[in-house]
Design a protein around this ligand. Sequence first.
Ligand code: TRP
Length: 334
Amino acid sequence: MKQTILTGLRPTGNLHLGHLFGAAQNWVKLQDDYEFYLEIADVQALTDNFDNPEKVRKNVKEITADLLAIGINPEKVNFFIQSKIPEIAELTVFYSNLVTVARLQRNPTVKSEIAQKKELFGNDGESITYGFLGYPVSQAADITCFNGELVPVGDDQLPLIEQCREIVRKFNSIYGEVLKEPKPYLSKTTRIKGLDGNDKMGKSLGNAIYLIDDEETIKKKIMGAVTDPNKIKKDDPANPDICMVYYYHKLINNEENLNKICSECKCGSRGCVQCKKELIEKMNEFLKDIKDRRKKYEDNPELIDEILNEGTEKARKKAIEQMEKIKHAMKIDY
Ligand code: TRP
């Protein structure tokens, strides 16, 4: 029997290269060998976007189109919408007894998100909601509702999987061995840097290249990428290892070109403008297939609805079965 994969994504914006080179390229690789559930986590997105439902609604379809465009095959992967699986919400309530408030506050991912919010809103954290603090519990329900065994994610998600594993152990110790303890599955590159050299590419950081960026946008972004600050004139030698342009060449260019770029940069025979122009060309080439594939869905949005509906239907069946076992174990199967 195939092992089960469950993973998810918050629909809060289009996919960028950080997603692609992080977890999403692993999803493409893994899709052949597992029973695969891919959750569009709209309920989770609402935990900190509850006042912006339009944004979440729009992005459910946007990110589904992006995921299809990078090569996730809906014949192999069950896409589903979290809010259409009520068992997940139900399970979240049951699990909320198995985790302390103090433990959630110590969760490193939640902790750093709360710190970011404090900085952003300049308050002392009083605006943190019960729902936001509890989203790791809801994510544990996402995973276990499908008996997910493997969870391919970026490394920022590890504390959430650990939290899920703790809930599973607690549940099993009280109610009997019903749930499986999921394992995280990391990609080789778990995190890519932004155009500004920041360790993380992110929407809120304004340093991302999106899969749907048009040629003009790509040009503007790459032209503004951070290079070695010590290189002032075109023929100054420079250090490619601290240059974001070289960093992106490394992600998408071939060995031969990379060696050439590297040695020319080091000896001062390559200007940054030329190097950026070459990167722009490579980037457009790289994104072309993705955009072509996406166009099919843009032109036929009903295909996306079909994929989401079919996947959600299959996911719901699985969730109902799992819920029966859980309720039986908890002695609430009246
Ligand atoms: N928390 C994940 C993110 O922010 C999204 C997510 C929701 C998820 N449910 C999941 C990831 C279940 C893995 C498993 O991207």
